[in-house]
Ligand binder design. Structure first.
Ligand code: FES
Length: 165
């Protein structure tokens, strides 16, 4: 593939730029996870076209790289939705009824955990502790954390994202 090819429509990064990120990280011991984070931070996901480049740089098989990417829920292999909604499923949030909130969120957004709504507006993802255990349940929309989120507060937060779109 041409190194100047742009990865998927949503990614502005060319494979040549991704290769530069890989090269910078491949020299570091234990550099695989930092490289995956760097690519995802830059593009929003790990483009499948980058897997052979990563495998090559780290002397791994494509299957091994794919295995690492899929092991960590944090990594995405498709472009993210416009709004990524993360709901904490760790212990404190569970004890304060996050299961009810998740059921409500899935119904409200029209997608289940690890999925994206049909219109591509929302992705719903689990997260394990947002550091707001004393004020759970906690969620994160984009980069912003919200605590004590009830179903009605969730609806208000989602409404805000629609208004800001
Ligand atoms: S357990 Fe949910 S914020 Fe810590």
């Amino acid at each position: 593939m041409d190194q100047n090819t742009t990865c998927q429509a949503a990614s502005p990064l060319t494979l040549a730029k991704i290769q530069a990120l890989i090269d910078a990280g491949a020299a570091q011991p234990g550099g695989l996870l930092p490289v995956l984070h760097t690519i995802q931070d830059a593009t929003g996901f790990i483009p499948p076209e980058s897997v052979p480049l990563i495998a090559d740089a780290f002397n791994l098989s494509r299957a091994e790289v794919h295995g690492v990417i899929t092991f960590y829920h944090h990594f995405r292999t498709t472009p993210p939705a416009r709004h990524v909604v993360r709901i904490c499923r760790a212990e404190a949030c569970q004890s304060l009824g996050v299961a009810t909130l998740i059921a409500h969120a899935e119904q409200r957004l029209g997608c289940r955990m690890h999925e994206t709504s049909a219109d591509g507006t929302y992705s719903l993802e689990p997260v394990y502790c947002l550091g707001h255990c004393a004020t759970s349940p906690a969620i994160m929309i984009g980069d912003e954390v919200h605590a004590r989120v009830t179903p009605s507060r969730f609806d208000a937060l989602i409404k805000k994202t629609r208004e800001s779109a």
